[in-house]
Design a protein. Structure first.
Length: 462
């Protein structure tokens, strides 16, 4: 059974949810919150990357099971070290937070080693040059480094950057992860899930953006997502772009040995001489449904089972939740429509009106902040509970349509980056809620963006 063709994930924007507008979190600030709600502050001894890194290491080392660590903007250089989270620990990273390390994958493990049932949200985790073997990854579990298996881990909205790998599991005991709305950038295998002898790893990936651009300092095979041995990996929506990553070959989706990989509605792009799919063992299983993209298509070393279930791409939905709080003056939510997709609709609605009378939302993109919908009050009159704004139907514009929506048939901006809703390149849809005097916590507003990959067929001629 395949999942429903529309895949929707909610992303919270507010305290602890990646809000981009509080304006109160200064660079280098770290707070550790215990069950009692009390906060312990950690302040770097100097305004340097290494001092911030030392402070972060101390804060993580002090974390107890179930505690939350909130990390402010800035670069935190932790040298050749790594961060090990406790069971149930939550690491909340400001969007401007960048954690860098030279940790060696084979000897030290990944930069962040999560605990069971832990959560990592936001920020960037980046490998920098210096690892002794050349192998490095941002987040994961590595048995060679002495790691124990981890289950119930969630990574949400985090950018992972590595030279060889971005996300990496290599363990003989079953691990389980859910990765939502993350960016994976590497020069070799972006997502590698490998080697479980006693039970399969399970990794579900929702709306990823996976980019491989090489070559890596270590020659090898570059694959967007790889499932190895008994691993079971599922990818829902998002995009994989692999170009010149490995000196051997590059593939968007791959299984090795007895790995199982299922991809639904993923936009795939590979360099022209390389395959989108690779299944190199008779026990491997690769299932692809509604995935389209550029490259030669085709397969390489097809010894296992490759199933392309239904060429017609399914629609993908992503929903942003804007949550009112008593401190934030701006809440920003962005959905990126992958290159080669058609923007089908944008829907905005509230389940609870906002407390502040000035609370208002605009929806647009990088070219025009209110191109789709102009300022719409969320406290009263403009968008009451039970009403909605809907880009695809003029009956639901409510007089708030921007320049991108006209009764003459215009939908979206025109130009080389978007043509009537078609997106030749990655195109953001951006919703911004502005509040003049934050005071309440009741308001709840949603922005849903629906798009679909485009698969073309030549017209017949006569």
């Amino acid at each position: 059974m395949f999942p429903p063709p529309i895949l929707s994930q909610g992303v919270s924007f507010g305290p602890g949810g990646g809000s981009t507008g509080t304006g109160t979190f200064t660079p280098g600030q770290i707070f550790r919150f215990g069950d009692s709600g009390t906060a312990v502050a950690y302040t770097p001894t100097a305004d340097t990357d290494s001092a911030r890194g030392t402070s972060l290491r101390a804060a993580v080392a002090a974390m107890q099971a179930g505690e939350t660590l909130a990390v402010g903007p800035g670069t935190y250089a932790i040298g050749g070290n790594r961060l090990a989270l406790p069971t149930g620990g939550c690491l909340e990273l400001d969007p401007g937070c960048v954690i860098t390390s030279t940790a060696d994958l084979l000897n030290d493990g990944c930069i962040i080693y999560p605990g069971n049932n832990s959560i990592i949200r936001g920020g960037t985790v980046q490998v920098v040059t210096g690892s002794s073997s050349g192998y490095a990854a941002a987040i994961g579990v590595v048995s060679d480094a002495g790691d124990s298996a981890r289950t119930g881990v969630q990574v949400i909205g985090t950018t992972m950057i590595g030279d060889t790998d971005a996300f990496y599991i290599e363990h003989d005991t079953a691990c389980s992860f859910v990765l939502r709305d993350c960016v994976f950038q590497s020069k070799w295998d972006a997502v590698m899930v490998s080697a479980s002898a006693t039970g399969p790893h399970t990794v579900d990936i929702y709306n990823p953006r996976i980019v491989i651009v090489g070559p890596s300092s270590i020659p090898g095979i570059a694959r967007g997502v790889t499932s190895d041995h008994q691993a079971v990996v599922r990818v829902f929506g998002g995009s994989v772009s692999a170009a010149d990553g490995g000196t051997t070959y590059t593939a968007a989706l791959a299984t090795v040995n007895s790995g199982t990989l299922r991809a639904y509605g993923v936009h795939l792009a590979v360099s022209s001489s390389n395959p989108k799919y690779d299944c190199n063992n008779v026990s491997g299983t690769l299932t692809v449904a509604g995935c389209i993209g550029t490259g030669t298509g085709g397969t390489l070393l097809t010894l296992g089972t490759i199933t392309t279930a239904g060429d017609s791409p399914g629609a993908v939905s992503k929903t942003i939740l804007f949550t009112e709080d008593a401190t934030s003056v701006t809440h920003t939510g962005t959905v990126t429509v992958p290159a080669g997709c058609m923007l089908l609709d944008i829907v905005v609605w509230s389940t609870v009106l906002w407390t502040d009378s000035s609370a208002a939302i605009v929806v647009g993109d990088a070219g025009s902040a209110n191109g789709y919908f102009t300022s719409t009050n969320l406290n009263a009159t403009d968008l009451l509970v039970g009403e909605r704004l809907q880009a695809a139907s003029s009956n639901f514009w409510g007089g708030k349509n921007g320049t991108y929506l006209t009764t003459a048939g215009r939908f979206g901006r025109t130009g080389t980056t978007a043509i009537g809703g078609y997106c030749p390149t990655d195109t953001p849809v951006i919703g911004v809620v502005s509040v003049t005097t934050p005071s309440g916590t009741a308001g709840r507003t949603y922005m849903q963006v629906i798009y679909a990959p485009i698969q073309t067929a030549p017209a017949t001629t006569a």
